[in-house]
Design a protein around this ligand. Structure first.
Ligand code: HEC
Length: 96
């Protein structure tokens, strides 16, 4: 019984790690040309953005709009991520 429970816990941890890795891969694919984890590149570091928007409930939605707006300040992303992909990366970025 204990072993089964431990197996479930390990499986859950592996799943969570896999999801985190998938998010990082998505960021690498679409954003890392201009953003890095803790260093300013063309755009601000993920950690700087997370700190700036910490505790703001609408951060994800307003950033999604800002990043996707073709007439806004954010440069065009040549890899053309979908809104869902950008939302996924933003969610992950705001947790850094
Ligand atoms: C071609 C370069 C480039 C790419 C690719 C890029 N960014 Fe940016 N990003 C910038 C620049 C430059 C800024 C600063 C100007 C601004 O705030 O809009 C910025 C700013 C941001 C900000 C901060 C906005 C704010 O109000 O503080 C977020 C969040 C962001 N980018 C998310 C992303 C995400 C997510 C991706 C990938 C899906 C991405 N960026 C891809 C250049 C890029």
């Amino acid at each position: 019984m204990k072993t089964a429970l431990a197996a479930v816990i390990v499986a859950g941890a592996l799943l969570a790690a896999g999801a985190a890795q998938a998010n990082a891969d998505l960021a690498n694919k679409h954003c890392s040309k201009c953003h890095e984890m803790d260093k300013k590149k063309k755009g601000p570091a993920y950690k700087a953005t997370a700190a700036k928007y910490k505790g703001k409930a609408d951060a994800e939605a307003s950033l999604l709009k800002a990043v996707m707006d073709p007439n806004g300040d954010h440069p065009e992303m040549t890899t053309k991520p979908s809104a869902d992909e950008v939302r996924t990366v933003l969610k992950w970025m705001l947790q850094q």
